[in-house]
Design a protein around this ligand. Structure first.
Ligand code: COI
Length: 361
């Protein structure tokens, strides 16, 4: 692979990180870009100032949606070290998404090094408050100017960085969820397991309708029978029953979340009965009526852990925790963030130390 080239912006003043970051509104100064064509493969890797793109109106991605993305996070540890949480797992999923969308895969080591270089360059943008991080957004899209339906022969890969705070306006407060019965997000053997923009576009109408009714997000049911629970908003879901913590098995329509596998690993390590299986909405209702559903929470890179305070299904309200997050949700949030901010030993080997990796390359 070629060496990364640099075209750096002259910094005239100190970086000021805004107080209330919110999510995805603030961007750092530089981005990584790389192009693909059939002769050269991935080429021209470059770190350069963030700027607008100039694209032909027939760019294939605009018309047929051939694109993918990832979302991972970098943190500043309590020792001031920039670290990235499980980047190899995210890059692996990125390439899995690429294969499904006929997009050429990227060399995982090369992409990891590019992300590390970018984070190292932009490390002054790393917020140090707990709950804040840099959200790393790699994405690829087909760039042929062509209106026929086929895989593009050229692509652009971009990695951009966004300093972020909490994903939901509620912060870590429990969210209100409406079980979605009218629309589905994805079907098995479709695109649900990919980080594919269309999945998010498909979720918007239901999300808007849920917002209008006073809910934060929706819980998606399976696309065939609308019987089994799948994802909650942009997160995976966990149900804490009395003797079991269950999450839907990966059926093909569910995104294999990196926080999801981290939570499963931690629960196993804690000796808890964590399972991956089909969970019907009727089972959740029946067990709730017996007092056997203790809490529900979502997991995702953006929100980390998000407790469900209220679940509404066909005009029935299931409530949890009197406006406070569930006990296990708090414990898991504390455990994961303690690892991410270096307050606790990284016994699972989930952190990539940016400067250490840079030195070894
Ligand atoms: C994540 O939690 O990583 C997500 O995918 C949310 C993102 C779409 C904002």
């Amino acid at each position: 692979m070629e060496k990364i080239n640099y075209k750096l912006k002259k910094r005239t003043n100190e970086i000021e990180i805004p107080q209330n970051l919110g999510f995805g509104k603030v961007f750092t100064d530089h981005m990584f870009v790389m192009d693909y064509n059939e002769n050269k493969g991935w080429h021209n890797p470059l770190i350069k100032p963030v700027e607008n793109l100039s694209l032909h109106p027939a760019t294939m991605f605009f018309h047929y949606g051939q694109g993918i993305f990832e979302g991972l996070k970098a943190f500043k540890t309590i020792d001031g070290e920039p670290v990235i949480f499980r980047p190899e797992d995210h890059i692996k999923r990125f390439n899995n998404s690429a294969r499904r969308l006929c997009i050429p895969e990227v060399d995982p080591d090369f992409l990891l090094n590019a992300i590390v270089e970018l984070i190292s360059l932009e490390k002054d943008w790393l917020p140090s408050k707990k709950g804040e991080a840099i959200y790393i957004r790699p994405f690829i899209f087909g760039t042929d100017p062509f209106l026929g339906v086929k895989p593009s022969s050229t692509y652009k890969l971009i990695v951009m960085l966004s300093p972020v705070g909490a994903y939901y306006a509620e912060g870590f407060k429990p969210v209100k969820i409406l079980v979605q019965n009218d629309f589905v997000r994805a079907v098995r053997k479709g695109m649900g397991e990919c980080k594919y923009p269309g999945n998010y576009a498909a979720s918007l109408l239901a999300q808007e309708e849920a917002h209008e009714k006073g809910f934060t997000q929706v819980l998606w049911l399976d696309g065939i029978e609308q019987k089994y629970i799948e994802e909650v908003g942009t997160m995976n879901i966990f149900i804490r029953f009395k003797d079991e913590i269950a999450t839907p098995e990966l059926s093909g329509s569910i995104l294999p979340g990196v926080t999801r596998i981290s939570v499963l690993k931690i629960l196993n390590e804690w000796g808890m009965n964590a399972t991956e299986r089909l969970i019907s909405i009727d089972e959740v209702l029946a067990e709730y009526d017996k007092g056997n559903v203790l809490e529900i929470f979502g997991t995702g890179t953006a929100a980390i852990i998000s407790s469900v305070g209220l679940l509404n299904y066909k005009d029935r309200d299931l409530t949890f925790g009197k406006d406070e997050p569930g006990e296990l949700a708090i414990k898991l949030f504390n455990e994961i963030t303690a690892i991410q901010y270096g307050e606790k030993e990284d016994s699972y080997g989930w952190l990539t130390y940016v400067e250490k990796l840079k030195e070894s390359v």
